[in-house]
Design a protein. Sequence first.
Length: 204
Amino acid sequence: MNGCAAFCSPASTQPALPLTLAHPLAHHSCTMFFKILLLSAAAFSATTTAATTYKASFTQYGSTDTWGSGNCNVASTACGFYTSPGYSAAVSQNEFGVGPGAGAGPACGTCWKLTAQTDSSGNNLSNAGNSIVVQVTNLCPASGNPLCAQKGLTGTNQYGANLNFDLCIDSGASNALFGNSGVGLAVGSAVQVDCNQWSGEVVH
């Protein structure tokens, strides 16, 4: 039995007629069925793949920062893994999902496309529009850190950003995004993407 007959043939105790001998209305109903099915599938795909673009700020931390953070590309991150190779970042607590000491949040392992546009004063970067994809491996805690203290995903920090990504220097992420712009803090956009767009390996 062909696919159309399987879905659209009326119930009958008689053997199914070949499609070429079927009543024209039965063929029309079958055609309409598959059109509706295809349209429904397309609508479902569109609604499930759409992603929100957030305004984001970008900072950096790791073994060469001014706070003595140490190597950020280690398994002692809040997520319990690191990337080698592959760009990684800590994300603000409102997206990470849990606070310090609570272990891995739901954002662990998610991948984000980050695009830098301006410096902290709103001036366009020399490499404005530069993008990278990072994987979340750590938490940027809200406590004592205004950049990562947004209230929910609609809240903002002092740069109007809904999210902050603290780029792991030791993974190469900060250098890749900031490039030769000469900044250590930038503002732009962030959108969650499928991790098939991220290039790297996870190490536990």
